[in-house]
Design a protein around this ligand. Structure first.
Ligand code: SAM
Length: 194
């Protein structure tokens, strides 16, 4: 078996996250992608690299300025807080990686779902736990299983969704063996038909 991908220095987006986003995009070919949390543009660049040449990426960040070359015409940026963004068109894929605040995520989810296409997917970043506080990160907490939740509100948000939106299925991409930030995918249950 291959060795797991070595851990990069503290980074908001691990290589495994970038590969995963690219795989989802490669499989589903979303024409409109919505990102909450741009920072230095790592997730935006990863997603754009896999996106269709006619697809578009809308990126939201309250503090940062866009870090994507102006020639990239598929990219639009809004400098606003995540819960104030109301889409204006159907959205196929959402990457949520902004405030890490349960209440803001709840409002953001409720703003977005009326615009999500039937098999649209929402990927919530940072729902996993690290084996310990490997990055000496102050914002998180030790958990009852001896692990470290770097963004506990992402876990609270995911559990709130299970309580309030049971018709939305979840699958957690987490590792107990290596440091991974963790991604939870959401999709509204839909019957496939012939
Ligand atoms: C973890 S970083 C995003 C990392 C990015 N997705 C990447 O892979 O490079 C979180 C970002 O969310 C932004 N942010 C924090 N609170 C926010 C809010 N309420 N609304 C929008 N953006 C917010 C921060 O400015 C920061 O750039």
């Amino acid at each position: 078996m291959n060795e797991p991908t070595p851990l990069k220095p503290l980074g908001p987006l691990l290589d495994a996250d970038a590969d995963f986003l690219k795989a989802i995009i490669g499989m589903t070919i979303p024409m409109v992608v919505l990102e909450f949390g741009h920072l230095y543009g790592d997730s935006a660049r990863a997603m754009l690299s896999a996106m269709h040449h006619h697809a578009r990426l809308i990126s939201i960040d309250k503090d940062r300025h866009p870090n994507i070359p102006a020639e990239e015409t598929r990219f639009t940026f809004h400098q606003i807080s995540q819960e104030t963004y109301i889409p204006t068109e159907p959205i196929d894929f959402v990457f949520l990686d902004a405030s890490h605040d349960n209440k803001l995520n709840q409002q953001t989810f409720e703003n977005v779902i009326p615009f999500l296409t039937e098999k649209g997917i929402i990927a919530i970043h940072d729902t996993g736990k690290w084996p310990s506080n490997v990055y000496q990160f102050n914002a998180g907490m030790e958990t009852s299983d001896g692990r470290y939740s770097h963004n506990p509100d992402e876990i609270r948000f995911t559990n709130w969704l299970q309580d309030e939106y049971p018709d939305w299925q979840q699958i957690h991409f987490h590792s107990d063996h290596e440091v991974r930030h963790g991604i939870t995918l959401l999709q509204k249950k839909t019957r496939l038909f012939l």
